[in-house]
Design a protein around this ligand. Structure first.
Ligand code: 16G
Ligand code: MG
Length: 554
């Protein structure tokens, strides 16, 4: 097979010209921006995915078109590596370079990339493409597909998918179906079978009631939840809201609920204490919440979900009569109270890593059972082959009937989990399973520990990269002296903790602060915000004093 690279240039010039001169960067969430500026980016990511597939001996690479929790006019693209992981960092850099060359340099650039990476152009290549339900996604999907075709690669379009579904499909295809069938039906079947087996016939249990209000963020999560319900035997009573009539993520979805600390629009006022759940626009984040009888809103975020799951899996390991090393991975954003609870009450080891799914996922692989969650609701659990094998052995061969039964249940739990990446629907089905098993309502879950009050601020600076950090972003290295000043301020607050880091998705520096009371957390965030503004080249006004009402931003 020969590939005429002139078609690469011809397509670019005729159909996907680069009209944007500003350089862009493949960040933690791939490329994101206004949809009308992204056609050339998509086309070039089609090229890159094809080359990555060839470089990995023809394994399937995923390309997801979504801007996740961003507003409707935005879109974006993320590449998925063969094992279902985020694109390797070295290739992120290649993606950035490829997107920023001019149209006339493109052909030569691709030729050089092929030579540098030693890519065999005769190697077959496979690219799976999925998209969210934004109205511009189909146009952008076509651009990705044309990129693949320009390099004579093989493209399979799956249409509208959640991001985690595409991760699942990539892994299934690359493991020759060992992880499941590489089809949308295969995905539903795997999760629903496990969930319904675990759920049994008695749906209500203790304070656990079989009713859930689901906020689909007007995104793909809503559509796919409805597909789940069509295929389920009434095992979970879900009322779906924000199912696509409104704008994606507009006053709804997991990010809105977390940042605004309030219930989304588009949902009825439910009976007090009704269990509610929100997912984000591409359904890879999940948040639980409820409003109590006094009208007070309560959020159960990624930290809570992580503690619930880790505690439950720890018990399951014991019930199987085996020993496995289970650990939890968090970021600096995890509430200090959740970390205390995990370490001191649950006695589970915790690691802290920099923000971004790839860091959490990678660290979680160090454990036999690695639970990872960001406070924003993105997370999952990964099991080592050893863990799976030991549980399977007990399920098949143990002479202790209790161990055997627990291990069989454990295997179903593993099937219910989308190990490839955080999956809002799979996580939700797991939380439902655990709450049902414990007979808990959300109040009981909330009572496990009390969050420390906290606040996040963003500070605009000339160049956010002047802030560099170490120790999983908890310590600021530059500008010189900033960390010392932060330490001095933090020392004045009971249970005070604060850190600053440059955002990977926005042109701002983020400030996080927590302390014993809400007022103190607000004041600490403000004081650290002012330090950043002063010492890191702040532009625009200083952060506003808490007395003048700070609005929380994440
Ligand atoms: C991206 C990351 C998410 C992280 C967030 C932080 C992935 C797939 N997503 O959405 O994990 O929490 O960025 O944003 O890695 P920030 O750098 O702007 O704070
Ligand atoms: Mg998302």
């Amino acid at each position: 097979m020969s590939v005429n690279l002139r078609t690469v240039y011809a397509f670019a010039r005729e159909m996907y010209p680069k009209r944007v001169n500003k350089d862009i960067q493949y960040g933690t969430a791939g490329f994101r921006g206004k949809a009308e500026d992204l056609d050339y980016v998509m086309y070039r990511m089609g090229l890159l995915a094809t080359l990555r597939s060839r470089q990995t001996n023809g394994q399937v690479i995923g390309v997801m078109i979504t801007a996740s929790h961003n507003p409707e006019p935005d879109n974006g693209v993320k590449l998925i590596d063969p094992k279902g992981e985020m694109l390797e960092p070295r290739w992120e850099k290649l993606a950035t370079d490829l997107v920023n060359v001019s149209d006339s340099e493109l052909e030569a650039h691709v030729t050089k990339l092929i030579a540098d990476e030693n890519i065999s152009i005769t190697q077959s290549s496979h690219v799976f493409v999925g998209m969210d339900n934004r109205y511009h996604s189909p146009r952008l999907l076509k651009a990705v597909a044309d990129g693949v075709i320009a390099l004579k690669g093989c493209v399979k379009e799956f249409g509208i998918l959640t991001t985690p579904m595409l991760h699942y499909l990539v892994v299934c295809a690359n493991t020759r179906c060992a992880y499941g069938m590489p089809t949308e039906e295969g995905y539903y079947k795997k999760l629903i079978t496990a969930f319904e087996d675990l759920r049994g016939d008695t749906l209500d249990n203790g304070n656990y009631k079989n009713l859930l209000l689901f906020d689909g963020a007007n995104g793909v999560g809503a559509r796919k939840m409805l597909q789940f319900l069509k295929r389920m035997k009434n095992s979970l009573n879900v009322n779906v809201f924000n199912s696509g009539q409104g704008k994606i993520n507009h006053e709804c979805g997991a990010d809105y609920v977390k940042v605004q600390q309030c219930a989304p629009s588009g949902m009825p006022i439910a009976e007090p204490n009704t269990r509610c759940v929100s997912v984000d626009g591409d359904a890879d984040r999940v948040m639980y919440f409820f409003t109590d009888e006094n009208g007070v809103f309560h959020l159960l975020d990624g930290d809570r979900i992580a503690t619930l799951i880790a505690g439950y899996l720890m018990d399951m390991v014991k019930e199987c009569g085996i020993e496995l090393n289970l650990g939890l991975v968090q970021t600096a954003y995890a509430n200090g109270a959740s970390t205390n609870y995990i370490v001191n009450e649950l006695q589970i080891p915790v690691s802290c890593v920099p923000t971004g799914v790839k860091h959490l996922h990678h660290k979680a692989l160090d454990y036999d059972i690695g639970v990872y969650f960001e406070a924003n609701g993105h997370g999952t659990i990964v099991f080592s082959e050893k863990a799976k094998q030991e549980i399977k052995d007990v399920a098949e061969n143990s002479e202790n009937n209790q161990h055997k039964a627990s291990a069989s249940r454990f295997l179903k739990i593993i099937d219910l989990i989308n190990e490839t990446v955080g999956d809002a629907i799979s996580d939700m089905l797991l939380v439902e399973t655990i709450l049902q098993a414990k007979g808990w309502d959300l109040k009981q879950w909330l009572a496990t520990y009390t969050d420390l009050p906290n606040l996040q601020l963003k500070v605009k600076v000339q160049d956010r990269n002047v802030i560099t950090t170490t120790d999983a972003e908890r310590v600021c290295v530059t500008p010189n002296g900033l960390q010392d000043e932060i330490n001095k301020v933090v020392a004045n607050y009971k249970k005070g903790r604060s850190f600053v880091r440059p955002s990977g998705t926005e042109d701002v520096v983020r400030v996080y602060a927590e302390a014993a009371t809400k007022d103190e957390a607000d004041r600490l965030a403000y004081e650290v915000g002012v330090l950043v503004h002063k010492m890191a080249g702040g532009v625009g006004p200083e952060p506003v004093q808490p007395e003048k009402k700070i609005i929380a931003h994440i």
